[in-house]
Every structure is written in structure tokens, then in C-alpha cells.
Design a protein around this ligand. Structure first.
Ligand code: CTP
Ligand code: MG
Length: 181
């Protein structure tokens, strides 16, 4: 597989996992998932993880995957790449896994004494990728191993932190996000 095919395939596969966090930033607010509960004197997750942000983020990612499935043929012709189709369970697993990965990271951040919004280099950039990939693997193991070949996975691990830094930087500059990470 050449680099071009690997990059196009990686971005296509991960778009439903990239969108949820950005949608959650825009939709965030309302009741926190942890309901204000604490663990060892610190918030379990914090006010930055809300039901609304999680629901809207997951829905946005799943909707995008449905749209990508519709565009699959024409986009594939245009790009000259045989693009994968998302099975039903994976449509939900990718965005939900991304949100759960991000929530898991907040749990870890609170346990390690990091307040809401504090940076956790590495974890902030990859938590949602790990969550999305794990849940997609569980949802459809055969499809997953077929679609996420090692070159595609390698591109994802290199490209995602770059995209994350870029999009969060933009979100910070235009004023929709409080911190640039
Ligand atoms: N958000 C949300 N629900 C989620 C994830 C994010 O409502 N499951 C919204 C919140 O408004 C949050 C914003 O998106 O403040 C930015 O997300 P993130 O950077 O992940 O949260 P932080 O506020 O930085 O909190 P944490 O330190 O726990 O990551
Ligand atoms: Mg943050």
C-alpha cells in the first residue's frame, strides 16, 4: 500500500472519530456525567464531561459515518482509492469509543491531580483514538482487521496528534475552546 492510499484511507476511517470531540466542545454544557460526585477528594470526571456533549458528539460522528457511506463510491472514484464502508455497529462504535476514550482520560487526569482543562501531553492527543479503535475492534473484529491494516494504523498514530493540535489550536483562536489542547 502506498503512502497516499494509506493516508486517504486512514483519514476516511477516522473522520467519524475525529468529529465527536469538536462537536462536544460546541454542544457542551448542562449536567456533568459524574453528577458532581468526587473520588478521593477530587471530581470523578469534572464539569468538562457532560451528557449533552457526549450524546451530541456521538450522534455527530455516527451521522458523518452514514454520510461517508453514501459518498463512498463517488469519493472513491474521485480520489482513486477503494474506500471502506462502515458496518452499522462500527458507525456508532467509532464516535462512541472516541468519547469514552476522552472520558477515560479525564478520569485519569483527575486521579493524577490535574484540574479541569489541565494539559496531559500525549494522553490528550491519543485518548480518543485508542477508545475509537478498541470499540470498533470489539464491534466488528473481521471488518476491523481488514480495514485497519498496519500502514493505515501507522498513519493514524502519526497524523492524529498533528490534526488534534491543529484543530484545537484553531478552536482556541476562534474562541470556542478555553485551552488550545
Ligand atoms: N465536552 C462535553 N462532554 C464531553 C467532552 C467535552 O461537554 N464528553 C465539552 C465541555 O464543555 C468541555 C469542552 O467540550 O469543557 C472541551 O473538552 P475537553 O478539552 O475534553 O474538556 P476539558 O474541559 O478540558 O476537561 P478535561 O480536563 O476533563 O479534559
Ligand atoms: Mg481539555
Amino acid at each position: 500500500m502506498n503512502v497516499y492510499v494509506a493516508v486517504v484511507t486512514a483519514v476516511w476511517l477516522m473522520l467519524p472519530a475525529y468529529i465527536p470531540n469538536n462537536a462536544a466542545v460546541l454542544a457542551g454544557g448542562g449536567r456533568p456525567i459524574d453528577g458532581g460526585r468526587t473520588l478521593g477528594g477530587r471530581r470523578m470526571l469534572g464539569d468538562g464531561k457532560t451528557w449533552r456533549g457526549t450524546a451530541v458528539g456521538t450522534a455527530a460522528g455516527a451521522l458523518l459515518a452514514v454520510v461517508l457511506n453514501q459518498l463512498n463510491g463517488s469519493a472513491g472514484d474521485l480520489l482513486g482509492v477503494d474506500l471502506p464502508t462502515f458496518p452499522l455497529l462500527v458507525l456508532v462504535a467509532l464516535p462512541l469509543g472516541a468519547m469514552l476514550g476522552d472520558i477515560g482520560a479525564s478520569f485519569l487526569k483527575r486521579r493524577t491531580g490535574r484540574e479541569r482543562g489541565a494539559p496531559f501531553p500525549g494522553v490528550d492527543q491519543l485518548d480518543f483514538v485508542v477508545g475509537a479503535l478498541l470499540l470498533a475492534l470489539l464491534a466488528a473484529p473481521n471488518w476491523f482487521l481488514d480495514a485497519f491494516t498496519s500502514p493505515v494504523l501507522l498513519v493514524i498514530l502519526v497524523l492524529t496528534p498533528l490534526l488534534h493540535v491543529l484543530t484545537n489550536g484553531i478552536a482556541y483562536v476562534i474562541g470556542v475552546k478555553d485551552e488550545p489542547w
